[in-house]
Design a protein around this ligand. Sequence first.
Ligand code: PLP
Length: 387
Amino acid sequence: MNKQKKLEVSIATQIAQALHFIDSDTGAVIPSVNFSATYARDQKYQPRKPYWYRRDGNQTCTLAEKIIAKLEAAKESLLFASGMSACTAIIQSLDNNSHVLVPKVMYHGVLQQFKDQKDRRQLEVCFYESGDLKQLAEAIKPNVTKLVWVETPNNPNWEVTDLRAASKITHDAGGKVVSDCTATPPSMTQALDFGVDISFHSATKYLNGHSDVTAGVLSTRKLDEFWEKVAQTRKLHGTVLQSQDAWLLIRGMRTLFLRVSKCSKTAMKIAEHFEHHQYIDSVLYPGLKSHPQHKTAKIQTNNEFGGMLSIIVKGTEKTAIDVARFCEVFYPATSLGGVESLIEHRKTVSGEGFPVNPRLLRLSVGIEDANDLIFDLEQALAKANSI
Ligand code: PLP
């Protein structure tokens, strides 16, 4: 018999089609939003599987989770109401007194949460210089360290940590690695492939891509006791993603590959244009050959470098703030990963006590015309330097 070979399509195709979604009842190629908070039991008074109450999951969320699991090549993904609540679930799943290692410089909200939980949970939180594997190896305590948090590239300096090496160091010591690669979504970095135990993303950013949802997601290939605790925490804390948001996320993810490629290309143009500029001290972008971890980034981010970069302007903190406020195309707003470009004076946002250069401006490059963005920065820099 002539067996027909099943067509194997790429992940990009599968994601563009929301896993080739077709509604089995109607043939609709777009999923509906399911709003039900509860599910009727059957005639034998048994819960109908797989859902029985909203906090355990629902159709819309399950589809979004399946899409992310495909992107991450994970066994399971769990969506949360925000990135921060996904992070909370990880911290809550640690035993009291656990020893954890976190980067000194990373997204300030996550850093703050670890610091905040330190005393409440008697966690022993120690810090390492982001990207510095030697320091990580020295700080890790064999058979004691339970968790290493890695953010790569890290906010807002975009230093790159070698995920494979960090995972090896951590696993040799008997710990788990959680990676936050929010700045390089899984169309670029499949963190689990590098040995990471749990991949974290603020899905508010690139995964959604339209600045209209807050969401967080965790993915793993290891359905172990720790993962069960994480899932249980989500259920007990009730930090599930709302259905409408899951639907928006599904829609956003369909264009993930397209958006991220465009953002990466434009960010590279901007980085190259401003690398040796009269009003700029330095450009921090892993895509530049001059970036200290450029080679690692190249391997880890699939030869694209994402849409996030920072510029350190010459002058003073006021010059930096002036550049941000004089931009007319970039929005002077926080967050990242949307289709619209944002510029942010990071020190103003992260506040005192967070180590950030006061002249640093963080750019989240969207999908607009690259020349418009370059021109906008040029005029803002010129204006800020003329007053
Ligand atoms: N991790 C990173 C790298 C982030 O940039 C953010 C938010 O800016 C978070 C985590 C927190 O995610 P959320 O804002 O979705 O709670």
